[in-house]
Design a protein around this ligand. Sequence first.
Ligand SMILES: O=C(O)[C@@H](O)C(=O)CO
Ligand SMILES: [Mg+2]
Length: 261
Amino acid sequence: MPRFSAHLGYLFTDRPLLARIDAAAACGFQAIEGRFPDVPAADFKHAVERNNLKVLGINTPQGGPDDFGLGALPGRERDWRAIFAQTLDYVTTVGGLAIHCLAGKVAPEHRRAAETTYVENLKWAADQAAARNVKLYLEPINPRDMPNYFLSELAHAADIIGQVGSDNVFIQYDFYHMQIVGGDLIERFKKYQPLIAHVQCSQVPVRHEPDGDGEINYPFVFAEIDRLGYPHWIGAEYKPRTATESGLAWGAAYGLHAPGG
Ligand SMILES: O=C(O)[C@@H](O)C(=O)CO
Ligand SMILES: [Mg+2]
């Protein structure tokens, strides 16, 4: 049976972060994930515990306003280590499972250097994280939404993981990005399944609820990955059409509902 986690960077965004945690639990989510939190870790942990939720992945901070992560940025290695250490401390304090290592945006002429930087940064980070029982996730992000983002291809993510050579680095397979960059969602999922430790969902072309209004047949996708033995969570990472609570019909079969429903 598919299990869903609420991505707090996308859902319940009409309220502050700690109230989003309460709202996710009230709607039947049993886990949360998201961007680097803007609240102290102790407060986050308290909100999670009072709601009996699991914490899955948290992103490394984005860096400066023009960055989308620092993981692959040549010359920013010290900054990367600092934000990674900060994220690892936060994740371990709140009992989280993983860190999504944002790669950052890289101009075409710097991609070769960026590859080396990303691999070396991840080698260092994978050791740090493994020592504290935290996994690392890499997520290919489509270049239509995020031009110049270093990691947009699934095969590239798998290749980077091979170069890092750690058994603590995995793919975060977001069906939204995967549909835009290549489609063939289930065959590619099967091919890379041993490396996939988390998936995320939203509709295409508009990134809204994973319901019937779009290119992806989610009831089929959810049933199929379940049939294939995918044992991990599915992150609900979409932009609700209106209030998050009034758009949960897609999740009724999986225990999601409006508060009190
Ligand atoms: O799909 C996405 O954009 C994300 O999963 C993410 O973590 C970047 O914020
Ligand atoms: Mg995603």
